[in-house]
Design a protein around this ligand. Structure first.
Ligand SMILES: C/C1=C2N=C(/C=C3N=C(/C(C)=C4\N[C@@](C)([C@@H]5N=C1[C@](C)(CCC(=O)O)[C@H]5CC(=O)O)[C@@](C)(CC(=O)O)[C@@H]4CCC(=O)O)[C@@](C)(CC(=O)O)[C@@H]\3CCC(=O)O)C(C)(C)[C@@H]/2CCC(=O)O
Length: 221
């Protein structure tokens, strides 16, 4: 093992790996070794590995479902310049812009000044109301929902009502109220777009960012 910056024999800090690319290489090798990805489409492996990388849970793979065309659809959309529509600023902030293949816009409407009034008028969360401002960008978009279950429910309601269809939905909200149910609804919906979900309570902004970054990196392959 290579030593970290503190190499003094006096130090109580153990030696550690301080080479960024090497840390990534080892992490991905450990995940490949420990995670069972066999039930997932082959082209989803790098995406799921990066999702696991973001949360440290190799058993995440068992709860992950990827529709057969999801990865190809997402990468086609990204290469064609589709925007990435995010439910939370945490998701939007984490996406590594230089990985995106076509200078794709990353959009989060949560803090648009119109959203509080929309939410109050509809009696819903700001996260769900913010999707009303997605209408003109939804067609063929990559949707990344990493926080709010109500945003995923709202997206399904919009699609049912005839809104344009995104290319793919990364349905990865987290939590105890509505997260499991919203993801189950996405997978079961007869008009479900291509999707990536982690069933159950697990999800989150970091995991969703990992999925988008892996999809973007895969566009270059
Ligand atoms: C019920 C909500 C949940 N939030 C969760 C987890 C986290 N949320 C964080 C932060 C900073 C934000 N959450 C909001 C989206 C806020 N969270 C909610 C809502 C009340 C409703 C969403 C829903 O149920 O669908 C939602 C507010 C709303 O009206 O939509 C946020 C907008 C709150 C705010 O700042 O006003 C904000 C998002 C900021 C952004 O744009 O990035 C956490 C960091 C929690 C914290 O602050 O301690 C954390 C992040 C988790 C992650 O990985 O994304 C849950 C667990 C999803 C929870 C819903 C489920 C539950 O409680 O069981």
């Amino acid at each position: 093992m290579s030593a970290g910056p503190t190499e003094s024999t006096q130090s109580a800090v153990p030696s550690y790996i301080a080479d960024g690319p090497e840390i990534y290489r080892r992490s991905f090798a450990i995940i490949r070794d420990e995670a069972d990805l066999t039930h997932l489409p082959e082209d989803a492996h790098d995406v799921v590995i990066r999702m696991i990388h973001s949360c440290g849970m190799v058993d995440l793979a068992a709860d992950t479902e990827v529709s057969p065309g999801a990865i190809a659809a997402a990468q086609r959309a990204l290469r064609a310049g589709a925007p990435v529509l995010c439910d939370a600023e945490m998701v939007a902030s984490g996406i590594t812009r230089r990985f995106l293949p076509a200078g794709n816009e990353v959009i989060c409407t949560l803090n648009d000044p119109r959203v509080p009034d929309l939410a109050a008028a509809q009696g819903t969360t700001r996260s769900a109301a913010a999707l009303d401002l997605w209408h003109d960008r939804l067609d063929g978009a990559v949707v990344a929902i990493g926080n709010a279950p109500t945003a995923l429910f709202r997206l399904l309601e919009m699609i049912e009502a005839g809104a344009p269809r995104p290319a793919v939905v990364l349905g990865l909200p987290v939590g105890f109220v509505g997260a499991m149910e919203s993801k189950a609804a996405l997978v079961a919906h007869p008009a479900s777009p291509e999707h990536v979900v982690v069933h159950g309570r697990r999800g989150g902004s970091a995991m969703t960012v990992g999925a988008v970054n892996a999809l973007a990196l895969g566009c270059a392959a």
